[in-house]
Design a protein around this ligand. Structure first.
Ligand code: SF4
Ligand code: SF4
Length: 165
């Protein structure tokens, strides 16, 4: 009896193996796929490179409260705050982040900064391929993280920041 039972178990196992062997293969064709992601597929919850968000008026949501930096277990967020003025308004509150750096040499993508932010100013985007042989390239500045007013994609607004410096 036990021989028959073992043979049945083997046959069942092999039927699954053979069934899978002849199914079409489904793989991600990264990095040779089409489109800007080159075949990479992300879940919505994927935690990639951070984005600094703007409000509906185009102002920066970050109010330089430092809560994200305080929550960061890797100590990789560096912020310098500045005051908004009558002439120059960057955020809707009193202060804005004149400097906002994230050191991706240290970031572990834990998401604590996103959870800590009271204004939803910092979120995880889907940016990936952040590795570099030069560690200084891994320190992203505000200008690398801030979403533009028009398209919602990160861009450089360095001129704006420099004008305010
Ligand atoms: S994801 Fe985590 S480690 Fe990275 S900056 Fe945010 S709090 Fe720090
Ligand atoms: S990103 Fe959010 S938590 Fe961090 S300083 Fe700006 S407002 Fe505060």
């Amino acid at each position: 009896m036990s021989i028959l039972r073992n043979a049945a178990a083997i046959a069942k196992g092999m039927s699954i193996t053979l069934g899978e062997a002849f199914k079409p293969t489904e793989v991600e064709n990264y990095p040779d796929g089409k489109g800007p992601l080159r075949g990479a597929v992300f879940q919505e919850r994927f935690r990639g490179k951070h984005q600094l968000q703007r409000d509906e008026n185009g102002l920066e949501k970050c109010v330089a409260c430092y809560l994200c930096a305080a929550a960061c277990p890797s100590n990789c967020i560096y912020i310098e705050a500045a005051e908004n003025t009558e002439q120059t308004r960057i955020s809707s509150a009193e202060r804005y982040a004149k400097v906002y750096n994230i050191d991706y040499n240290r970031c572990i993508f834990c998401g604590y900064c996103v959870e800590a932010c009271p204004t939803d100013a910092i979120t995880h985007g889907h940016g990936f391929e952040l590795a570099s042989l030069n560690a200084t390239n891994m320190v992203m500045r505000k200008e690398d993280l801030l979403v533009p007013i028009s398209t919602g994609l990160p861009h450089s607004n360095r001129e704006e920041a420099e004008a305010l410096a």
